[in-house]
Design a binder for this molecule. Structure first.
Ligand code: FES
Length: 278
C-alpha cells in the first residue's frame, strides 16, 4: 500500500488518531492530533514539511507537521476554522483520517548545522517552529545555541504552553510573552517583536525562523534587520489554500512559484523578490 501511495500522489495513506490534546484554554480552539500511519511505515519527513489531511467525506486541508521526525508518530495542531477542521475537532481517538505527503520544501536543517537557531513565533504559528526546535534539541551536538521566542494574546492562548514551561525548567533559552497583562504572569508582557528587541539576539552565525500573524512577521523582520540580521539569515513558512499539494492545480501560486512545491519554507531574500513582483 505504501508503494501505491508513493506512485499515486493523490492516494492518501490511512492514519489512526491515537491521541488528541486540547492545546489552549482560550477562545480559539486548537487541538493537537497524534497520528499513526496504519497502512505503511511512518513518513520520512523534515521540519517544515506539510501534509494534506483528509477527513473522509468532508475534504482535505493542508497542515504543517508539528513535531520533529526525531519524535514518535506524526502530530498536527489544528485551529478550528472551517468545514474540515470543525469535523476534525469532533473526531475521537481510534478514528481514521487520510494523509497525503509529506509535501513541499522543508527547512534546510542540515545546512544549518553548526549555527545558532532562533525561532520567533506568535499564536498557532508556533507549530512549524516546534518541529524545528525539537529537531535541534534532539541533535543538540550538531547546532549552536537554541533560542525560542514565543508569544500570544493571553496566557490561555499560548500553544504548547506546558511543554514550553518545562523547557524553561530544563534550562532551555525560552522567552514567552503575552500581549495583555495578567496577574501571576512572570514572563514578558508586550508584543513578540518588543520581546525580541529587548532580548537583542546576536546575528553572528545565527539563523532566525519567524512564523505567526503577518503583522508580527513584518515587525519582527524589521527588528531583526535593525539588530544586523541579513534577509539570507531569516526563514518563514507561507500559508496558502492548497488543493493538489504537488504543483499541478496552480491554486497556491505566488508569481513563478508554487507554495506547495517550491515552499512552504522560503528564505526572506527569495520571498521579498517574489512579493515585489506580485
Ligand atoms: S496546491 Fe495545487 S499547485 Fe499548489
Amino acid at each position: 500500500m505504501i508503494a501505491e501511495s508513493i506512485s499515486n500522489p493523490y492516494l492518501p495513506f490511512k492514519a489512526e488518531i491515537i491521541e488528541i490534546r486540547d492545546e489552549v484554554k482560550g477562545l480559539r480552539a486548537i487541538k493537537t492530533f497524534r497520528l499513526k500511519v496504519v497502512d505503511g511505515d511512518r513518513f520520512d519527513y523534515k521540519p517544515g514539511h506539510g501534509c494534506l489531511v483528509s477527513v473522509f467525506g468532508r475534504g482535505e486541508s493542508w497542515f504543517t507537521i508539528a513535531n520533529s521526525p526525531t519524535r514518535p508518530d506524526i502530530e498536527f495542531s489544528v485551529l478550528k476554522t472551517g468545514k474540515v477542521t470543525t469535523k476534525l475537532h469532533e473526531m475521537k481517538v481510534g478514528d481514521l483520517v487520510g494523509l497525503r505527503g509529506p509535501h513541499g520544501r522543508p527547512f534546510p536543517v542540515d545546512e544549518w548545522k553548526g549555527m545558532n537557531i532562533l525561532t520567533v513565533g506568535g499564536g498557532i504559528g508556533q507549530t512549524p517552529l516546534r518541529s524545528v526546535y525539537q529537531y535541534v534539541m534532539d541533535n543538540y551536538s550538531d547546532y549552536g545555541e537554541l533560542t525560542v521566542v514565543y508569544g500570544a494574546r493571553t496566557s490561555k492562548d499560548l500553544v504548547y504552553r506546558d511543554e514550553l514551561m518545562q523547557m524553561i525548567e530544563d534550562g532551555y533559552n525560552v522567552h514567552l510573552s503575552i500581549d495583555i497583562p495578567e496577574e501571576d504572569w512572570e514572563h514578558f508582557v508586550g508584543y513578540v517583536p518588543d520581546n525580541l528587541k529587548r532580548l537583542k539576539p546576536e546575528p553572528e552565525n545565527t539563523i532566525a525562523i519567524i512564523c505567526g500573524p503577518p503583522i508580527m512577521i513584518t515587525i519582527s523582520l524589521r527588528v531583526l534587520k535593525e539588530l544586523g540580521f541579513r534577509e539570507e539569515q531569516v526563514y518563514t513558512t507561507l500559508e496558502r489554500r492548497m488543493k493538489c499539494g504537488i504543483g499541478k492545480c496552480g491554486r497556491c501560486r505566488l508569481e513563478s512559484k508554487y507554495v506547495c512545491k517550491d515552499g512552504p519554507v522560503f528564505r526572506y531574500d527569495e520571498l521579498s523578490t517574489l512579493l515585489e513582483k506580485a
